[in-house]
Design a protein around this ligand. Structure first.
Ligand SMILES: Nc1ncnc2c1ncn2[C@@H]1O[C@H](COP(=O)(O)OP(=O)(O)OP(=O)(O)O)[C@@H](O)[C@H]1O
Ligand SMILES: [Mg+2]
Length: 452
């Protein structure tokens, strides 16, 4: 008992979340495993709890102060400080493993990864499907002292229950029908390196008990063998489920949850970091062009606009896939028709379609889950109205931009910008049988065909 108590005091007093959480964990296990405490032990634990509380308060004070300072910054300064944060990571030789973006929430995750990487503490990564959990696990591995050791990935959701134990811990020849040879499990393969337990929320309860034992004793037994084998493996787990909720429902062991989530990293969905979409479009556009050995595909303004506003339920993976798809299917220029059908937007008249709760095809009701948020929905509706207005206007003036600008009392270059935004081409609105309504318009008509 006293040995554990002394251990708490040995830990460096420098304040960091990782350090604090580790000390809290030690405190918790001291309490969990002690059947009886002497008064002196109680006093010592109380002192330690008080000091932990004060440090948490201090850390949170510092954080609130820094966040308030950032919030008070004008937009461009805030942008600068993001760039600076990413730059600072680079200067500290942080390895990004191809992680793009400088959204503050992503940077925060990367900064936690940076601090967690050199420790051997378990890390739990959660986030929706396609938010980059596996990539983050690789970032943690790459920035730690085990970087040149194996990184072994196990998808806990993909292994049949009866094979799970043998998959993780290996088996001896003859342990069960089909076990024709001795076989090493994933934990042994990951010895000295990192094991990535993907979809940990799918691990059945029996597997959870066994995993807990490895975490506590750092040793395994192959199925059918009495011999214990020491394993030194850093554990990073990922899930797209809410493990806390699962553990409240009794579907995930609470003690395992706390063991795994000493460091907890949550990756935000792409719709909550929309500012990164343009960068990711450019990045995956170039990457796919490289893979497919073609020139980077160009996007019509209408497609670009759609991609910038889409909700991405499949997050970064969906964006990446769609860029590869259009790079493969489109010629020089990609448009809406190159999108997968289930992703395509409601066609013109979608405001009406939306109001009727139906998609443009008139078949499928639009699910609210496919809309990004109320404010995004309002913006999309207002964009649709703007586009319908411009189309009607162009028809009335027979495609003469200067005339439309005069009629709606709008600066001509601003109008051209709007047309470009909606992918409208004035020449599509010219009726060949009719003279342009403005006879001076001939020179003006062609200059609205901006480059996409
Ligand atoms: N920030 C990022 N920058 C660049 N690429 C990214 C980023 N985040 C994710 N990706 C890419 O998106 C794809 C999906 O990422 P990953 O497989 O890590 O997601 P995941 O959260 O594990 O998804 P799932 O839950 O479906 O398993 C990968 O191709 C990955 O390289
Ligand atoms: Mg994954």
């Amino acid at each position: 008992m006293m040995k554990i108590l002394d251990q708490i005091e040995d830990i460096s007093p420098a304040i960091s979340y990782a350090g604090l959480i580790e000390r809290i964990e030690i405190l918790r296990s001291t309490l969990r495993w002690s059947s009886r405490l002497e008064r002196t032990d109680i006093d010592k634990l109380l002192r330690q709890a008080t000091s932990l509380r004060d440090e948490v308060m201090q850390l949170s004070h510092k954080e609130r102060f820094v966040q308030a300072a950032v919030a008070a910054e004008p937009e461009h300064r805030a942008q600068q400080s993001r760039g600076a944060r990413r730059q600072a990571l680079l200067e500290r030789s942080f390895i990004f493993e191809g992680t793009f973006g400088d959204n503050p929430r992503l940077l925060e995750s990367l900064e936690i990864a940076e601090k967690a990487a050199p420790t051997d503490l378990p890390v739990l990564i959660d986030g929706e499907s396609g938010t980059g959990k596996e990539l983050m696990a690789k970032v943690i591995h790459a920035n730690g002292s085990r970087a040149d050791k194996p990184f072994i990935s196990v998808n806990c959701g993909a292994i049949p229950d009866n094979l799970l134990e043998s998959e993780l811990f290996g088996h001896r020849k003859g342990a069960f029908t089909g076990a024709s040879n001795d076989r090493k499990g994933k934990f042994e393969s990951a010895h000295t390196g990192t094991i990535f337990l993907d979809e940990i929320g799918e691990l059945p309860l029996a597997g959870q008990v066994k995993l807990l034992r490895v975490l506590e004793a750092h040793e395994i037994q192959r199925v059918g063998s009495d011999e214990t084998i020491a394993v030194d493996t850093r554990i990073v787990a990922a899930t797209n489920r809410n493990l806390r909720k699962l553990s409240e429902e009794g579907k995930f062991r609470e003690d395992l949850f706390y063991r795994l989530s000493v460091i907890h990293v949550t990756l935000p969905p792409l719709r909550e970091r929309r500012d990164e979409i343009p960068l990711l479009i450019a990045w995956f556009g170039d990457e796919s062009a490289g893979t497919l050995k073609r020139r980077p595909v160009r996007l019509t303004p209408r497609l670009r606009d759609f991609l910038l506003n889409y909700a991405y339920p499949g997050n970064i993976r969906e964006l990446r896939n769609v860029m590869y798809r259009i790079s493969c299917l489109a010629g020089d220029m990609a448009d809406i028709e190159h999108l997968p059908t289930d992703m395509r937007p409601a066609a013109p008249g979608s405001v009406a379609a939306l109001q009727g709760g139906m998609s443009a095809t008139g078949q499928q009701p639009i699910s609210v889950a496919n809309l990004m948020s109320l404010s995004d929905a309002k913006r999309a509706a207002s964009d649709d109205a703007e586009k319908a207005f411009l189309e009607r206007g162009l028809r009335e003036v027979n495609g003469t931009v200067a005339e439309l600008a005069r009629r709606i009392d709008m600066n001509r270059s601003h109008l051209q910008m709007l047309l470009k935004k909606h992918g409208l081409h004035s020449k599509d609105f010219r009726n060949r049988n009719m003279p342009a309504s403005n006879t001076n318009g001939a020179d003006e008509r062609d200059d609205d065909e901006g480059d996409a």
